[in-house]
Write a protein that binds this ligand. Sequence first.
Ligand SMILES: Nc1ncnc2c1ncn2[C@@H]1O[C@H](COP(=O)(O)OP(=O)(O)OP(=O)(O)O)[C@@H](O)[C@H]1O
Ligand SMILES: [Mg+2]
Ligand SMILES: [Zn+2]
Length: 778
Amino acid sequence: MLSDGVRRIAAVSAPEVESVTVGNLGDAGNDPAHQVLRKTFGYDSFRGPQRDIVEQVIGGGDALVLMPTGGGKSLCYQIPALVRPGVGVVISPLIALMQDQVDALNAVGVRAGFLNSTQFPDERRTVEAQFVAGELDVLYLAPERLRLDSTASLLDRGKISVFAIDEAHCVSQWGHDFRPDYLGLSMLHERWPDVPRIALTATATEATRKEIAERLDLTRAKHFVASFDRPNIQYRIEGKNRPEHQLLSFIQNEHAGDAGIVYCLSRNSVEKTAAFLTANGVEAVPYHAGLDNRTRATNQARFLREDGLVVVATIAFGMGIDKPDVRFVAHLDLPKSVEGYYQETGRAGRDGQPSTAWMVYGLSDVVQQRKMIDSSDGDAMHRRQLQLHLDAMLALCETVQCRRVQLLAYFGQQGERCGNCDTCLNAPESWDGTVPAQKVLSTVLRLKRERGQSFGAGHIVDILIGKRNPKVEQHAHHELKVFGIGTELRDIEWRGVIRQLLAQGLLAVHGDYGVLTLTEASNQVLFEKREVMLRREPERAKAARTPKPAKASRLAAADLSKSDTDLFEKLRAWRGATAKEQGVPAYVVFHDATLREIATRKPATLADLAGISGIGENKRAKYGEGVLEVIAAAGGTATPAAQVDSTGLFGSPDGPAEAGAGRPAAKSSTNGRRSADARGETSSPAGASGSAAVSPAVGSRFAAASSPTARQDASAAHGSAGGSTAPESRHTSGSGASPSAGRRAGSTPPPSNFAAADEIPWPDEAPPDFDDLPPDYQ
Ligand SMILES: Nc1ncnc2c1ncn2[C@@H]1O[C@H](COP(=O)(O)OP(=O)(O)OP(=O)(O)O)[C@@H](O)[C@H]1O
Ligand SMILES: [Mg+2]
Ligand SMILES: [Zn+2]
């Protein structure tokens, strides 16, 4: 569970900070923060460092908060905003999510509004008036609005309780989500020095944290660093063979009917993959910056509102999305950094339920990423920075140690072997690959020395295994001394060796054709007996072929008895209808975890409902009767007569429950604006068979290529580059290879057994066209 993960907390004060005196909040039962937590949000206890953070801010101090994705950062500013006098102003880049955030707050009775460019002037004027009149508790603001003088003078006219800077890593110029407008946020402190500030992010190494603190003028703030462990997420990285088929098999075998996010690098592969999944019975929608705003907004809204929908997206999707039941995050292309990978995978399992972070990775990823760095804009220092990010990502892919230990180490935290990642569950071997490495390197060397030629990996492998194909004959490469010296490995295994040599920096790749060249370190292997340890993937195909028991519809119902499951499903149906009627995502009404607790405890009265996690006073008043009716109609312990509000707060119930799914709760007064496009259940093929013949690629072990210290140096050196564009911004089309026609999305039925890995020559793997746009949250 997530709570286990955040229990191991370190509240770290910045060294130069004096201890901060916080407000006198009294004991847990009476202090206003705890009361808000309980009564408004319906939660019993704070998670991890939430309590300390909230106290710090309520007491008027500044805070810098690092908590993993889904860790519970929002409450850290929402509660101070409710306890302190005035309006809490939240700076957030997530314009497309502001409506949902406001809806979610309205649902618990918090008065919230937002100001951004998507509104009509009169809508904005209404919110501005509410702000000035103190009729809001929380105001969400897009960072670009702070550039406007009118915004600053508006803020002057109201009373501000706290400034919250959400997604604070957007201020980091060398991070993956840089937003120039964030650089202006230090003005908050200058203009309103008495208002406490809290900056929050899920993405921060030691170096990024320093950068955030400096840029936002928060060096004297108290820093809170929660554990970054997300124990409910299982991390797996597999050899890339036929990515779309591997993905389909993964979803069908392990996550049929579940909501998930699939990340691809290019729009083109996003479109293809979404179409392929849909054609094969897994409903999926695309999301990328090339779609028009309307389609993008619709697809995002569908993902948030529907159960079991898959979104195939570029990195531009997902930041801050509070959909609690995303059961898997899949990567079909290698992310550019561990930070990015961790943030994306963190979108799985925000509800603390078991979830999977699954990725396929192969030689082509290394070649493509290196190529992208070579051709990227920016100076040598910038490229070096990208290189360090990539090296750390490759180190994670190639490790023979626990993935989680390596991930946490990257964020400067210690962990133990987790038992819930692929290397823990199915330990890969490490083997001495010195001789094969020498064979590869000497082939590259001889081609250069004897012929003055350089070739890509595919051709080098053909020479090694002695394949006399037309290209070999054309160049008379069968006459080379190294021709056929590598028959001990299959070509898929040779590609694994080359991939790992690239990952370890023992080989380099250049140019549009991805030709291989030696590095200085290559010489150590060739001439100085440097040992090369490689990673051998455990044979996984067998495990994948074992038929899985037909999956119960969802994990959410996993540990419920049969009758409780029935009630749970009825509650879900009621929730779906209610959410649809109100035009909000289902989880804004109640999370699965709350419905599960209701299904097991079968509360009989409104008072009983109060003890259930996730039901605050507002939700109890709004939905309580509806829930009790569902329970009664399902033959639960609740009877109409029992539905008496023992608190006397909510009046008496209005008659016996009807049969069926119950009467939906009263319409929300907070939001009649949006159309309810929610759909009912998504049907999906249960446990269709199919197995991924995952390549027994060879691999290596090597130390993390990029240490936090190294990155720190690099990022410090970047301080002068103010105002330039995001470092990992757009990449134009790389090589123009087109996807092989035989594997077109939807043109073939799902194979029951995939082709052996070595039937798919590496060069056919279509490289993405890197037409992705910079992150776009609108
Ligand atoms: N003390 C708590 N008890 C129970 N549930 C909680 C608690 N605090 C937060 N949650 C729940 O955890 C979920 C994630 O919280 P939140 O949206 O604040 O995450 P976050 O840290 O902002 O993540 P992200 O980085 O993705 O924005 C929410 O559904 C929230 O209701
Ligand atoms: Mg958040
Ligand atoms: Zn592990």
